[in-house]
Design a protein around this ligand. Structure first.
Ligand code: AMP
Length: 402
């Protein structure tokens, strides 16, 4: 059963959303995740159904254990109520506990067109433990289960995966956001047109090793930029000065290069770098070969030669996956490489390539350069997206797909 073909008239949709939005002093500072859930909520309401929303927010029990001055109230989803009501243009009710008698009474009393938000699921340790009884209790709140929380799809939690078993096949489905994420991911992993270029950047090789390994069986070219590139240069005997390096990953980096060569996948490292004498926005800068960085200097962005080299590959690609920035793009002096790569991805997309940008910092980068609407898809799931491209089965997807 797909969400779009389901008619929700007179039904109560229990929707798992990801409203884990940044909240400072009771004010939502970035409502992207709430906005992303709106199409799914609106469709149920337009059909004449009612909506029960459930989400986690932060890590209440873990944080309270570490900082006893915190209380559950510091982790409430209540600030979302008024904001969501504004966005939807309708009242939003709130239940101060997700499985209390009050929650059930309010859920039961919902009329078509009404919306109820439940308090933070993680007030209960059973949520993250994937507790079956807790999941079953939650399941009784609605007639149909809709999972629209791609950001937590890699977790086998009660509300993201375990709960699905309490609904028959035609009463559990992905929401529109989740559907879009899965479709985009599959387009890149399974229906890609060649050449398929993966651009992998960011700080640590250790975080990206599994994704690179999985892509060795899919991509034609893998561009490696950002801090992680220097571990490869050092592994090959280069001088990298004070650049970021994971010394315990040198052998692994060499092994990866070997595997790539054996599989005929081209790995591209940035020939040159923008180097700096300290990790700071006001550092002195220069440029030089990435494998000959002097002592006391560090590579904080890819250089002009690397930009040209990478642009050419990207512009000739038919499928592009981008995860991780090419440099310390948060600082003005070191944003140029990431921006140039974003421009190349936009150019390739305009020429017909399919481009997917995912993972926290590359998404922040395309947003910063106002290019999010010029690529084919921007993924909302950081960890979930990485695990998807590592080739793992995500519990939140498996629970519904079977
Ligand atoms: P990740 O979360 O692993 O994707 O890494 C993103 C972070 O890597 C960003 O905050 C960047 O500032 C940082 N980064 C990118 N390139 C470098 C570099 N050459 N040296 C240090 N940090 C970097």
């Amino acid at each position: 059963m797909t969400f779009s073909s389901h008619n929700f008239a007179n039904q109560k949709a229990l929707i798992r959303v990801d409203f884990n939005v940044p909240i400072k002093n009771g004010t939502i500072t970035d409502d992207t995740r709430i906005r992303m859930a709106l199409p799914t909520i609106r469709k149920v309401l337009a059909d004449g159904g009612s909506v029960i929303l459930m989400s986690h927010w932060g890590r209440p029990l873990k944080d309270i254990e570490k900082k006893p001055n915190l209380t559950l109230a510091d982790f409430t989803l209540k600030p979302v109520v008024a904001h969501l009501a504004d966005l939807l243009g309708t009242d939003v009710q709130f239940a101060a506990d997700c499985i209390s008698d009050e929650a059930f009474a309010k859920a039961r009393a919902l009329a078509p067109g009404q919306v109820l938000l439940l308090e933070n699921l993680r007030y209960y340790k059973q949520e993250e433990k994937g507790d079956k009884d807790f999941a079953e209790k939650l399941s009784k709140l609605g007639d149909v289960y809709v999972n629209d929380a791609f950001g937590t799809a890699h977790r086998a939690h009660a509300s993201t995966a375990v709960i699905a078993q309490f609904f028959p096949g035609d009463k559990k489905m992905f929401g529109l956001l989740m559907e879009g994420e899965i479709k985009a991911g599959e387009e890149v992993l399974h229906n890609n047109k060649k050449p398929f270029t993966a651009i992998i950047g960011g700080a640590k090789v250790s975080d990206k090793i599994l994704i690179i390994e999985n892509l060795l069986d899919k991509a034609t070219d893998i561009i490696i930029g950002g801090g992680m590139a220097y571990t490869f240069f050092k592994a090959e005997g280069g001088q990298i000065g004070n650049s970021l390096c994971e010394d315990d990953r040198l052998d692994m980096a060499l092994e990866l290069l070997k595997k790539a060569a054996a599989k005929g996948v081209c790995i591209h490292l940035p020939a040159d770098s923008i180097i700096a004498d300290k990790f700071a926005a006001d550092a002195n800068c220069s440029s030089g070969l990435s494998k000959e960085i002097p002592e006391g200097w560090m590579g904080l962005d890819i250089g002009q030669m690397a930009i040209e080299q990478f642009k050419k590959i990207i512009c000739e690609s038919k499928t592009i996956l981008w995860n991780g920035p090419m440099g310390v793009f948060e600082m003005e002096k070191f944003q140029h490489g990431t921006k140039a790569i974003a421009e190349a991805v936009v150019e390739a997309t305009a020429k017909g390539a399919y481009s997917l940008v995912g993972g926290g910092d590359s998404v922040a980068a395309v947003n910063k350069f106002h290019m999010a609407d010029k690529v084919s898809y921007v993924s909302t799931g950081g960890g979930a997206m990485l695990e998807f491209f590592e080739g793992k089965q995500l519990p939140g997807i498996a629970a519904i797909k079977g």
